[in-house]
Design a protein around this ligand. Sequence first.
Ligand code: PMP
Length: 408
Amino acid sequence: AFSADVVPQAPEDPLFGLMAAYRADNDKNKVDLGIGAYRGDDAKPWVLPVVKKAEEILRNDPNINHEYLPIAGLPDFTSASQKVILGADSSAIQEKRITSLQTISGTGAVHLGALFLTKFYNTSSQKYSIYLSAPTWANHNQIMSNVNLPTTTYPYFSANTKGLDFDGMLSALQEAPEKSIILLHACAHNPTGVDPTDEQWKEIAKVMKQRHLFPFFDCAYQGFASGDLNRDAWAIRYFIDQGFELCIAQSYAKNFGLYGERAGCFHFIAAPNDGAETAKRVGSQLAILQRSEISNPPAYGARIASLVLNDPKLFAEWEANLKTMSGRIMDMRHALRSKLEEMETPGSWKHITEQIGMFSFTGLNEKQVAKLKEESHVYMTKNGRISMAGLNTRNIDYFAKAVDKVVR
Ligand code: PMP
């Protein structure tokens, strides 16, 4: 019989534990560089102006009610999401070889995809692993383990160059058993901020094609990385052009600032030739999985995103908002690097501006991170990752000096 005594105490989620420690700190100079959420120069959360407009429209819409959405979500939202991620003129959309379900943000999309692959990609006699980058977003491991999808890793980050370990990554892909599943961060890799160049993506695609590897793109930062939605989706679109069958987890948490509203999408794109028929079958199974897990997705965030995505004027405003966020983060990267270089802080700080997106992998070690917290009330994850959005014109000098102190 089940006894609750056998349930062991689980450790606290490290990131959310860090947030709690930050909140409990009363120092007036404290700096929060932990969680990956955008902050304005005033260190406060930012509701995108275009989101405020969409909320106003929704408030005044007499047809809005609280009925259930369809199992696959709001149709206007999922179809617009396909165009955002693949481009409106994508062959995959024209040939109807894409099937899409609205999910509980990016996490739900990764989960739905993983669950589907466990059930239908793997069989009782043949089990493929999913390859995760080393390092990766910590939740990837938990999500895969929850659905019993075996994981393994491929090298990604070079501690030496603080850039991509491209050779290591390619050899791992070359040596992976045929048909293995490869999880790829579409842009703004979390936690390293290191992305392959276009030329490197081409080589990755080439090896993956040769080895019949299955790409699973996790796209949590489209438009947030470079400020350009198309640029940030380049790798995904290149793989589609190469005829891959693949899936995509798409999140609107960061690029719409809709973190808590849980707006996201899962897309399965079948290979060309008979793709429409495959997409239909896959979609029917995804709907059953979705029904058993969440019945149907939440409406509010998807309605906001859908309004913006389907209105050219609001869409243009969204793009401007994306430029504001990505631009401020790039400014902070340049400012931090130049301050460290001005002080002649030991080491090279080039990587701060070469890395992209929400995070920078600073290269600070666990001891230095602990010291930063104790001496300067600066909060970041143990691996030396900082959320760039936590820096602003008021705290960047303070932070740079604190780093200088622990590095010397
Ligand atoms: N994948 C990666 C790599 C992420 O960084 C995140 C956000 N931290 C997500 C997925 C999903 O986030 P959410 O569920 O909030 O959309």
